[in-house]
Design a protein around this ligand. Structure first.
Ligand code: GDP
Ligand code: IMO
Ligand code: MG
Length: 429
């Protein structure tokens, strides 16, 4: 069996959580491969909204196992809160949540280091979620990190104290950073008890055996391809590989095992935090998308910057990920618009370009636009692609032709049920 992948093609918040929840009914395992509590994946089930930060979005499908992979960085306090949120809603994680022993732990002091790093950057700050993601991955690659498997080892406390001491020394250089370590540390230590209850596995062996025995696995991405540490709009990115390659390192999957790659894009585009955004709208259209699309961060509540869909950037993401199926979400947000735009190329340095420049921070690109007529009607009654109004179908067809990838799903609302599927949607064998 192959591992299918679902990930975001923009700057995150494409609606990955909702689509994973829908697709999960066709898989036996959903596995998160990178990121941490900087992610906020929203699911609306039976009219109730759930936001998942660490737990894979397959948790609402009773039959399947959810694995937190080794590529994830995990804050046990956030995880405990998520488990409580689910348990209160009557959803048990027992026997359905597994944790890779090799995932790295976010310490309270990692979050303070995140704040210190942002403070040091001043006006060029990244706009991090301040969840400690960057510093935790730095400790991982710096070979100082603490892994979830370590919480069962005798020397754990000593290792924690050593790393904490190192962090406190670094933080002392930033006296303006305020924190209450004693209180947060107590909470963190207490949450380790909950963490110890979650069965830990060698995720790479677990998945290998599952695939050998014919189980279907869906890898769930967090953030988006344009936030990838290598190929995103550096330095305004996150600290992990958010692209398909991250599935190999974040779960221990061999490259030839990758099957379908579902690339999720909004019908427009958003970004939270700082960094370049060539198609950003600073007018009423942008305000309209923010208002109607409820574009406020699921993790931080910050207003998301809104703009038109950017096809050169989408093409780039599709190339990097090997996307085989496109999923277009939030198309309903544009229902009332009389005209819609998409960027098809960039003009800079006196020339027209279809490739993304080396550094979008350094060149001021002028998008070339293609205008589409709006459909100016509700889509709630559309259940098949053919039901969609003609201008809406034309927009989708244009995306397919431009990007050379079939659009196999169109999402028309936040609920599970608001999804139009077309052929080629099957778990790969
Ligand atoms: P993720 O991080 O990629 O999982 O996306 P988020 O959950 O952060 O943000 C997507 C938001 O859009 C959430 O509030 C979803 O409930 C909502 N959403 C997802 N798909 C659709 C859709 O097709 N239409 C509308 N109107 N909202 C959607
Ligand atoms: P999901 O999985 C949108 C952004 C932050 C910031 C930058 C770095 O919900 O799509 P970090 O906390 O990683 O140091 O922040 O990345 N960012 C996200 N934006 N959706 C996310 O996740 C994000 N995770 C991080 O806003 O600009
Ligand atoms: Mg999100």
């Amino acid at each position: 069996m192959q591992v299918d992948v679902l990930l975001g093609l923009q700057w995150g918040d494409e609606g990955k959580g909702k689509i994973v929840d829908v697709l999960a009914s066709r898989y036996q395992i959903v596995a998160r491969f990178q990121g941490g509590p900087n992610a906020g994946h929203t699911l609306v089930i039976g009219g109730k909204k759930f936001v998942l930060h660490t737990i894979p979005s397959g948790i609402f499908r009773e039959h399947l196992i959810n694995l937190i992979g080794n590529g994830v960085v995990l804050d046990p306090v956030t995880l405990e809160k998520e488990i409580t949120q689910l348990t209160t809603a009557g959803i048990s994680v027992q026997n359905r949540l597994l944790l890779s022993r090799k995932a790295h732990l976010i310490l309270p002091t990692h979050r303070y280091l995140d704040a210190a790093s942002e403070a040091a950057k001043g006006s060029s700050k990244i706009g991090s979620t301040l969840k400690g993601i960057g510093p935790t991955y730095m400790d991982k690659t710096g070979r100082n990190g603490i892994r979830t498997g370590d919480i069962h080892l005798a020397g754990f406390d000593q290792r924690y104290q050593t790393l904490k001491k190192k962090h406190l020394h670094l933080i002392s250089l930033f006296p303006e950073i305020e924190f209450n370590l004693a209180e947060e540390e107590e909470r963190w230590m207490a949450s380790l008890d909950a963490l110890r209850q979650i069965p830990q596995v060698d995720g790479e062996y677990y998945l290998h055996d599952a695939l050998q025995s014919g189980k279907r696995v869906l890898a769930e991405g967090a953030q988006g391809s344009l936030l990838d540490i290598d190929f995103g709009t550096y330095p305004f990115v996150t600290s992990s590989n958010t692209i398909t390659a991250g599935v190999c390192t974040g779960l221990g999957i061999a490259p030839q095992r990758i099957g379908e790659v579902y690339g999720v894009t909004k019908a427009y585009c958003t970004r939270v935090g700082s960094g370049p955004f060539p198609t950003e709208l600073h007018d009423e259209a942008g305000d309209y998308l923010r208002k109607v699309g409820h574009e406020f961060g699921s993790t931080t509540g910050r207003p998301r910057r809104c703009g038109w869909v950017d096809l050169p950037l989408l093409k780039y993401s599709i190339m990097l990920n090997g996307v085989t199926q496109l999923v277009v979400t939030k198309i309903d947000v544009m229902n009332a618009m009389s005209e819609i735009q998409a960027a098809t190329a960039y003009r800079y340095e006196g020339k027209r370009h279809t490739n993304v420049p080396y550094d979008l921070n350094l060149v001021s690109v002028e998008p070339e636009w293609h205008a589409f007529a709006g459909w100016e009607q509700e889509l709630a009654s559309c259940t098949k692609f053919e039901d969609l109004p003609q201008p809406c179908r034309s927009f989708i067809h244009y995306l397919e032709e431009f990007l050379h990838v079939p659009v196999t799903m169109v999402s028309t609302g936040p609920e599970r049920e608001s999804l139009i599927e077309r052929e080629r949607v099957s778990a790969s064998a």
